[in-house]
Design a protein around this ligand. Structure first.
Ligand code: SF4
Ligand code: SF4
Length: 414
């Protein structure tokens, strides 16, 4: 099915009853007066655009695609999908070089990784930031994520792959660009925790970036190629009887819901097998199939931030449930707020001030709670919160890797 046919059938603007609840929940509306808001940009605008594409408004680019409007809508309107599909269908604006660089996460990662110390040093310098700000409109106040010198895939092949055959059951891991190029420790923690529960880990037959940043930067052909590739390699793992687990809530959401809704890529054969690792573990622990044993002396005051796409999935309860299982944890669930970065959005000079204004209530609450660290399932929320609060942000799987008595857990799950 062509994308235009698909979106026309799937995007249900006629269900809108004009209550404006979506606009009240949109984080951009109070921060950016140039944005018309979800009701006007979504169902109201769609009626006009279908009559005449002249009514398309390039201000729809200010939408973060956070999906908060969809979570809030009492009528089940796919507001954000309508907005994003309209951008794909009608926008005349082409991605700039900056947008292509920011969105090509795996390509840039493979270029930067061999020179990681140099790249990290350079991108941390004020003069580099000033040049990027002046020449590419990447805001000088933004802190860039660091690249790792050695990637996760290489580590897995050298240190973990051979040991996985010893386990009786296996899952496939979609690690994503962030784990492979920036933060392999999260992937190592994933393998450590799954192995402690007696579950072996396999990598996919060469995954590609999920494509979320390409979608938001208008690189739709490239995103669709990535989606087609990923659905094919996910299909191989699913055909072999594997669940596919991811650590990133945004990669999970993109592969499950954005592939069909925005790219017209049929993922029905794999969609239900793609899960966030915290959901998988919580449900199996809750069912008594897996038995965690925690260190008796683990202590931490943890504040958890629910990423927008995890709220849309409705799976935040699994991440918070896992953290609350740890006996030594003093847990705070932070108020539902967008952090404002929205992937590459907050890196752009034209969005930086809005991005920080959106995140301010979250940063202020974290300051008041004063936890030892923040927990979160999204890598870009991590960048934003670490930059804006000075606190460390850990993935719930990394918290588990610290809090579990790994040997006792392995013994209890033999
Ligand atoms: S919340 Fe839903 S029903 Fe209400 S105006 Fe927005 S899209 Fe329409
Ligand atoms: S997706 Fe987020 S930013 Fe976009 S209209 Fe909906 S609530 Fe607003």
């Amino acid at each position: 099915m062509k994308l235009q046919e698909y979106t026309a059938s799937a995007h249900n603007f006629e269900q809108c009853m004009k209550c404006t609840v979506c606009t009240a929940y949109c984080p951009v509306v109070p921060a950016n007066p140039r944005y018309p808001g979800p009701k006007q940009a979504g169902p109201d605008g769609e009626r006009l655009r279908l009559k005449d594409p002249y009514f398309f408004d390039e201000a729809l680019k200010y939408c973060l695609n956070c999906k908060r409007c969809e979570v809030a809508c009492p009528s089940g309107v796919n507001v954000a999908d309508i907005i994003q599909a309209a951008r794909i269908k009608y926008s005349k604006s082409k991605p700039k070089l900056r947008d292509r660089i920011l969105a090509s996460t795996d390509f840039m990662g493979s270029l930067a990784r061999p020179f990681a110390p140099l790249v990290n040093g350079m991108t941390g310098l004020g003069v580099t930031k000033a040049v990027l700000d002046a020449t590419m409109a990447i805001d000088r106040h933004r802190t860039f994520p660091k690249y790792a010198g050695k990637g996760f895939e290489g580590w897995f092949k050298r240190n973990a792959a051979a040991k996985q055959a010893a386990f009786k059951e296996h899952v496939a891991y979609f690690h994503g660009c962030y784990v492979n190029y920036n933060f392999p420790q999260l992937g190592k923690d994933f393998v450590t925790v799954l192995n402690a529960f007696g579950i072996g880990v396999e990598l996919l037959d060469k995954e590609k970036c999920c494509g979320v940043a390409m979608i938001s930067n208008g690189m739709i052909k490239e995103a669709k190629k990535h989606a087609d590739h990923n659905v094919a390699v996910l299909g191989k793992a699913v055909a072999a009887g594997r669940k596919v687990l991811a650590t990133s809530s945004t990669c999970t959401f993109t592969m499950r819901d954005e592939y069909p809704e925005l790219l017209g890529v049929d993922n029905t054969a794999v969609r239900d097998s793609i899960q966030l690792v915290t959901k998988y573990l919580f449900e199996r622990i809750d069912a008594g199939e897996l038995k965690p044993v925690f260190k008796p002396d683990y202590r931490a005051r943890i504040a958890y931030h629910t990423p927008c796409h995890l709220e849309k999935l409705g799976w935040g309860v699994f991440s918070t449930g896992l953290l609350k299982m740890i006996p030594g944890v003093k847990f705070t669930l932070l108020d539902s707020n967008c952090c404002g970065i929205a992937g590459t959005y907050g890196f752009k000079k034209e969005n930086y001030a809005v991005s920080q204004a959106i995140g301010k209530p979250l940063f202020d609450q974290i300051g008041r709670v004063a936890p030892d660290f923040v927990a979160c399932d999204c890598e870009t929320c991590k960048w934003q919160i670490e930059m804006s609060t000075g606190l460390t942000v850990k993935h719930p799987i990394s918290v588990l890797a610290d809090a579990l008595d790994l040997e006792a857990t392995a013994e209890a799950n033999r």
